[in-house]
Design a binder for this molecule. Structure first.
Ligand code: FUC
Length: 816
């Protein structure tokens, strides 16, 4: 799929549907009447609702487009659970409960190498055309000879659904469903005929199963049929000993490789649901399991594919499923629950936040009214939800969080639900370090390590270069070539950007073992650019070519160019980190010198005639066809980069601000979130808050608090979470900035457990907009400099020591 425009238009229609007309779709004529207003859940850290996300039989996989769209609108009301690898969306239907299921290695296609063998000969000519400013001709040649085969990467796919059908009832009372972020558990409860029915759903990382627990307030009340359905090529069966079993082969992907091989599905998978009953009777009815008159039921859901690595798909999914399901089914619900909560809370409880009062009304009503009333608690909930989603979609050993994290109901989701690495995947991990979840970066580290191998093949065969390269997207198969079209794909800096995220983890944790692990990745990324940078004909700077400023057309009808501002900023950081890493490890003295010499010749950031930071080497910004473009790639140096800083480079920071004003505040979900992070780095809390209000309102947030690109894309959630952290705490230039962009809307509050570079863990409390107390624990014993406004103080603090500052210790000086 292409990177933008057309798909976004369809998406906006879906977004509107989701926001408005869905209540009718969610309730089929047979839906029970809902009476009584259930009280809010005890845990304030809950998303909750007084109606199911849907309550009708599953749509058949080949349902017409109209009903699929309505289905998607219901899906963004359902609540996500995940253990990094297995995910479920819980709909909470009274008669028709639906759990839509995912396993994070179930993608289309097979191992493949997308290299286009014609690229190597064509690239010198593309470079010549670009040097001569023949942009459309360069784009044409890239299109004809350089793009990957196949031209698209493989999509992430759903497993299918588990449907539980209960007896029809006319009316229920006090219906409520919720997702408690404190325990990572979804609940449904209601009363019918004097009996209270409860459901509990959690995805356990320690036991690698999704657990569904059904109970009722009186014995013998649980009767239902359970079946699975899927759009995959699969068989579904019910076994006499109480299992539902789905076995299949993944979907075929689009296109063929250069040698003409189709992307035939080569993964095998199994999903299995074990139904464990207490009391009552269990029987088989065709492909369904029937439970009658049980007291309580536990359903354990396991799933696996044959994926081992991007080039090995020979694992046995049935063995993998049995290896987790058999031990889990011998444990009690109490044991399973306790292990899940212990494991989850070890991560989640590291950070607490309070930004002010919360409205105790259902979450969809809070989103609909956000901005109109006082509800600072919704920003705190959104922040903790971002941390929840990261824990649920990215755990050691799982795949990284993709465009939809882990949750996808489709065989062809928007943008393939892939890893788009010209912003989206990086943004997914923006909150990982600041909000104290460094381990969630393990899957990203593993993926970049894979990319350094597949990307070395692409560098060698496509560019004749050493090192490794990845363009603007990758997938389960770690494809690294340029896809979709020249405007999107012909960008060689995606891999380099990813390595900067890994470097950040070293700066936050000081973990030398980790540095040793990532150093070869940085070194390989840098090598590619040593081998491919060219001199720009005007200034003789060293620049990327061909390249582009992500997805933004310049005035010559294409995005293709040389040395866009973002590339040069990324490379400045890449070379700097490679040098620091090599020094720390006592490695590669000769390379350090080369990196340093190359770095000195990169194109510097430039200020254009409108006072803006130029997006390109030439001052084209004001003539570009989309001056409000969603990407703000050229502002990378301010955030997430560190090249530009309000105090150290005030002119450049002012140019970034001008660019932001020209671009405008409101864009797609992730693009809005990026803007908030940038305004926070400029120290402009009230502007950041204004944009946050848009992000958290109904145009960019679905009822289940998923971000609306639209359609759903998870990066906006993670970017928004990062932005809230950046408003409260920043670390840059070797200093920690306390409350650098606190908006007036959050006059009183506290946060505990945020992390900063140099191994610091920080609690902050503030009142009437003034810092009351900061508690700083040093994990590494590094030098500590603390800034509040224009006051900067240095403190001695040993490894393991804690420093408590009163607000007066770092009060901004009003005279300056
Ligand atoms: C980039 C963005 C789009 C979308 C896609 C997945 O190409 O420009 O808006 O987020 O990734």
């Amino acid at each position: 799929m292409s990177g933008s425009g057309g798909s976004a238009v369809v998406a906006i229609a879906l977004g509107a549907l989701a926001a408005g007309a869905i209540v009718a779709a969610a309730q089929s004529p047979a839906s029970p009447r809902l009476a009584g207003d259930a009280s809010p859940p005890a845990s304030v850290l809950s998303l909750w609702y007084r109606a199911p996300a849907s309550d009708h039989p599953l749509l058949p996989p080949d349902a017409p487009r109209q009903s699929r769209q309505a289905g998607t609108a219901e899906w963004v009301r359902a609540l996500p659970v995940g253990n990094g690898r297995l995910g479920a969306m819980v709909f909470g239907g009274i008669v028709h409960e639906r759990l839509q299921l995912n396993e994070d290695t179930l993608w289309a296609g097979r191992p493949y190498d997308p290299v286009n063998p014609e690229a190597k000969d064509a690239l010198p000519e593309v470079r010549r055309l670009l040097a001569e400013r023949q942009y459309p001709a360069a784009a044409k040649l890239v299109e004809a000879k350089v793009m990957s085969k196949p031209l698209a990467q493989m999509p992430y796919e759903t497993i299918g659904d588990l449907a539980l059908t209960f007896s029809q009832v006319d009316a229920v009372e006090n219906y409520r469903r919720d997702l408690d972020l404190a325990t990572a558990t979804a609940h449904v409860s209601f009363t019918s005929g004097g009996v209270t029915f409860s459901r509990e759903v959690f995805a356990s990382a320690p036991d690698q199963v999704i657990v569904v627990r059904l109970t009722a307030s009186r014995p013998g009340q649980l009767s239902f049929e359970a079946r699975m359905q899927t759009p995959q090529r699969a068989t579904v069966a019910a076994t006499a000993d109480g299992d539902l079993v789905m076995r299949g082969v993944n979907g075929d992907g689009p296109g063929t490789t250069a040698d003409g091989r189709p992307m035939t599905g080569a993964l095998r998978f199994e999903a299995r649901v074990r139904v464990v009953t207490s009391g009552g009777a269990r029987s088989v009815n065709g492909d369904a399991l029937v439970v009658r008159d049980a007291d309580a039921v536990t359903l354990l859901i396991a799933a696996a594919t044959s994926y081992r690595t991007y080039e090995d798909v020979a694992a046995n999914p049935a063995t993998r499923v049995a290896a987790v399901l058999d031990p889990a089914s011998r444990k009690s619900i109490e044991t399973l629950r306790a292990a899940h909560i212990r494991d989850y809370q070890e991560l989640f409880n590291r950070v607490t936040i309070d930004l002010g009062s919360s409205r105790r009304v259902p979450t969809d009503e809070r989103v609909a009214a956000f901005g109109e009333g006082e509800d600072p608690g919704l920003a705190a909930l959104y922040f903790q939800y971002g941390r929840y989603l990261l824990i649920a979609s990215s755990r050691t050993g799982s795949q990284p969080a993709n465009l939809q994290g882990l949750w996808n109901e489709s065989m062809s989701p928007p943008w393939g639900s892939k890893y788009t690495i010209n912003i989206n995947t990086e943004m997914n991990y923006w909150p990982a370090l600041s909000t104290n979840l460094a381990e969630t970066m393990d899957p990203l580290t593993a993926m970049v390590s894979d990319l350094s191998l597949t990307g070395a093949r692409t560098a060698r065969e496509m560019y004749g270069a050493g090192g490794w390269v990845a363009h603007h997207n990758t997938d389960l198969w770690r494809a690294t070539g340029p896809i979709d079209g020249p405007q999107y794909g012909m960008w060689p800096t995606g891999g380099a950007w990813l390595t900067l995220a890994l470097w950040d983890r070293y700066e936050f944790t000081g973990d030398r073992g980790y540095l040793q692990r990532i150093y070869p990745l940085l070194k390989g990324a840098a090598q590619f650019f040593l081998d491919t940078l060219v001199e720009d004909p005007t200034h003789h700077w060293l620049v990327t070519s061909p390249s582009l400023s992500p997805e933004n057309l310049h005035p010559f009808g294409t995005s293709l160019t040389i040395g866009p501002t973002m590339d040069e900023a990324i490379l400045r950081e890449l070379f700097a980190h490679a040098i620091t890493a090599a020094r720390a490890l006592g490695a590669d003295a000769d390379l350090q010198a080369k990196w340093s010499a190359t770095r000195a010749r990169l194109a510097p950031p430039q200020i254009g005639s409108a006072g803006q930071l130029q997006e390109w080497l030439d001052d084209w910004d004001m003539q570009a066809p989309e001056i409000h473009h969603r990407h703000v790639s050229h502002l990378f140096g301010l955030f997430p980069g560190h090249d530009i800083d309000v105090r150290r480079t005030p002119e450049l920071a002012a140019a970034v601000k001008r660019s932001l004003e020209i671009r405008g505040d409101q864009a797609t979900g992730w693009a809005t979130a990026w803007r908030i992070n940038l305004w926070a780095r400029l120290g402009e809390g009230s502007h950041a808050f204004d944009i946050l209000t848009f992000l958290l309102g109904p145009e960019r947030t679905y009822p289940n608090l998923f971000d609306a690109h639209p359609p759903f894309q998870i990066d906006g959630n993670f970017g928004g979470t990062s932005a809230i952290a950046e408003m409260l705490l920043q670390c840059d230039e070797g200093e920690i900035r306390l409350l650098p962009a606190l908006p007036a809307a959050w006059p009183d509050g506290h946060v505990t457990g945020l992390r900063a570079r140099g191994g610091f863990e920080i609690d902050l409390a503030w009142k009437h907009g003034a810092l009351e107390r900061a508690t700083i624990r040093s994990l590494l014993g590094q030098a500590l400099r603390v800034r509040r406004g224009n006051t900067l103080r240095t403190f001695e603090i040993g490894r393991g020591a804690t420093l408590t500052l009163a607000g007066d210790d770092v009060r901004p000086d009003p005279r300056r």
